[in-house]
Design a protein around this ligand. Structure first.
Ligand code: COI
Length: 358
């Protein structure tokens, strides 16, 4: 049941500044934010004062601990306006569970699931005019928790802000396929580290390797494990899947990989459809071998922002491997259609993944 959150409405909506119905209007990804945001603060040992306010800057002290020592976690999920006009949020309960685990890893106090879900319901409802209806577009929901206490000791903060903003978006990758570079030098995460947490520092660590690989003409880094730089982990903005000899493989979660909600959904869909799928260690050298012997049929990424992003080529050391002639493969296309259909209410939500917003 949704509780009523104290709300300060914006005087005049900005939604008319964008043309959501115009197919030529490029929303971009995260380039604009809708009218309102949710906020709630933690102090004296309790979360307090949940509220919805107009989107806009807020003040934190220069000494705020999140700015110095990176005590910040976030989430990403989407709301859709379906073919039937209904509004659906995709699996927000899974994002809450992950946010809880991220908070625990960074010593951030958690709050209850209902608070998270009510905040999202209320925010999506108040900014429903910002939800695009075009297939491929959505209202991206970005919750964050950051340490706001002003202090320079390296210790968990005693004050935090939890806030949620939303942004109408297109999909993250727009080309037909993405080109990856297997990263043998830099490391995203290591055993015992923070790889499974959705924390700002993991993304900061990816910027230099990402821009170096882009200078060489690749779209993204394919992260390998931090010990041997040999076993495939993830792409940073998405999890990775390979189809080899009829079987779908994805790296198993062992603490260094972000447990993606789309990753989980892909596995569930494949198992439901009777497709063999295995979560396991994947040696990058075996990907090369599978390419050489012709058994590497497809590779694709899966993520909230990316949805399903087919991989067209991978640079492994000095070798460029091209997958499915650098075209989106049939499995990736099928999974994309299936997931988007579920999210937009265009087919039966057999797994009960959608949260309907009245
Ligand atoms: C998401 O897919 O929601 C993500 O958080 C990736 C984002 C960093 C672009």
């Amino acid at each position: 049941m949704t509780v009523s959150i104290p709300t300060q409405r914006i005087a005049s909506s900005r939604v008319d500044e964008i043309d959501l119905e115009n197919p030529d209007f490029d929303l971009g990804f995260g380039d604009m934010f809708s009218d309102h945001m949710f906020q709630m603060d933690y102090s004296d040992g309790a979360w307090r004062d949940p509220r919805i306010v107009p989107y806009g800057p807020f003040a934190i002290e220069p000494g705020a601990l999140c700015l110095h020592y990176g005590q910040a976690v976030f989430e990403g999920l989407k709301a859709f306006r379906g073919e039937d006009g209904m509004i659906r949020v995709f699996r927000p309960d899974r994002n809450f569970s992950r946010l809880e685990r991220s908070c625990q890893r960074l010593c951030i106090p958690t709050f209850d699931r209902e608070t998270f879900l009510d905040a999202i319901d209320s925010l999506v409802r108040i900014d429903r005019n910002w939800i695009p209806s075009k297939r491929g577009q959505a209202l991206y929901i970005r919750p964050l928790v950051v340490a706001t206490e002003s202090n320079l000791n390296v210790r968990p903060a005693r004050e935090y802000r939890f806030f949620i903003m939303t942004s109408p978006v297109r999909e993250y990758f727009t080309g037909g396929t993405v080109a990856l570079k297997a990263e043998r030098r830099y490391t995203r995460s290591a055993p015992g580290g923070m790889g499974y947490a959705k924390t700002a520092g993991n993304y900061a660590a990816s910027l230099l390797p990402g821009s170096e690989s882009q200078q060489l003409g690749h779209d993204q880094v394919l992260w390998l494990d931090g010990l041997e730089h040999r076993y495939v982990e993830e792409v940073g903005q998405m999890n990775i899947f390979f189809k080899i000899d009829g079987k779908v493989l994805t790296p198993d979660l062992h603490g260094t990989i972000l447990p993606g909600v789309t990753r989980e959904s892909v596995i569930d869909i494949l198992r439901d459809e009777g497709v063999a799928v295995e979560e396991c260690r994947i040696d990058i050298n075996d990907i090369l071998k599978a390419h050489e012997n012709g058994s590497l049929e497809e590779a694709f990424g899966a993520g909230t922002a990316a949805v399903i992003a087919p991989v067209g080529c991978i640079r492994i050391d000095d070798t460029d491997i091209t997958i499915n002639h650098a075209e989106p493969g049939p499995l990736a296309q099928h999974l994309y259609q299936r997931i988007v259909d579920i999210q937009r209410g265009a087919c039966d939500d057999q797994f009960g993944w959608n949260r309907l917003i009245e």
